[in-house]
Write a new protein. Structure first.
Length: 257
């Protein structure tokens, strides 16, 4: 998946409150070494750097790393921004006092490999803070519709269910073998626009997953999926004067003691 497609900058702006929440829970101290895994355009990495942490941002998309670098230059912040992914981070053993991931590591194709790599990178007394969507509600329903449409277009059988990054028991089983204890709390994030149609049109232009999906579906099928997505959002709309849907997510904090 090429996360440089579309304009993830716009998506990152929508989820910036979650980045703030993750950094608040991680509470980086001045001088601490912090890794932001799946840093994207730098939302959380910049927040941590403003607090004085020594930040390394890691992302598979070179374009998004360039966006993050430009944002850091504009603020006069010093970030190390490196290509990498959950199962392969260019960080030395025990090279992070804290590792954060804002809806990033949840896309790792191999959760166990990512957890093992996180265990390698985080220092013996370090901590991990990540956010993960709860797969319920209108946003999740719309994403599921898109995945199913792409799978049908490709003639691909349904794949195995993704790792449940939002479930405490699953996370405890994933990180427990690497010496972490876990706390999980639920949060909410609202998505707004002038209308459901506007929201879907912007997502279709900006979100990498939707841009990639449209290339597979073709114009006619992609428009059909968009119409069905608008219907999902209109049914769930919380603001009769405009558009608002609220998604639930979790923040998981894992610590070594």
């Amino acid at each position: 998946m090429d996360w440089g497609l579309g304009a993830y900058e716009e998506i990152a702006a929508q989820i910036s409150p979650a980045a703030e929440a993750v950094v608040d829970v991680a509470a980086p101290n001045p001088g601490e070494r912090l890794v932001d895994l799946g840093c994207g355009t730098g939302n959380a990495a910049l927040l941590a750097a403003r607090r004085g942490a020594r930040v390394t941002g890691i992302d598979p998309s070179e374009r998004l790393l360039e966006v993050a670098a430009e944002r850091a230059r504009e603020e006069g912040l010093d970030l190390a921004l490196l290509p990498g992914e959950g199962a392969s981070m260019p960080v030395e053993d025990a090279g992070a006092d804290a590792l954060i991931s804002v809806f990033g590591v949840i896309f790792a194709p191999d959760a166990e490999a990512a957890a093992k790599e996180i265990g390698r990178v985080v220092a013996p007394a370090g901590r991990v803070v990540l956010s993960a969507w709860i797969p319920a509600g209108a946003i999740a329903d719309a994403a599921r519709l898109g995945r199913e449409a792409v799978g049908e277009a490709l003639g691909a059988p349904p794949g195995p269910p993704p790792f449940p990054w939002h479930e405490r028991e699953a996370l405890a089983g994933l990180f427990g073998p690497h010496g972490f204890t876990l706390e999980v709390e639920e949060r909410e994030l609202a998505f707004t626009a002038s209308s459901a149609r506007q929201f879907v049109e912007e997502e279709s232009r900006n979100h990498p997953l939707r841009v990639a999906g449209a290339a597979v579906l073709g114009p006619e099928r992609a428009e059909e999926v968009n119409r069905r997505t608008v219907a999902i959002f209109e049914a769930a709309n919380e603001d009769p004067a405009a558009f608002k849907v609220t998604s639930r997510y979790v923040i998981a904090a894992a610590r070594r003691t």
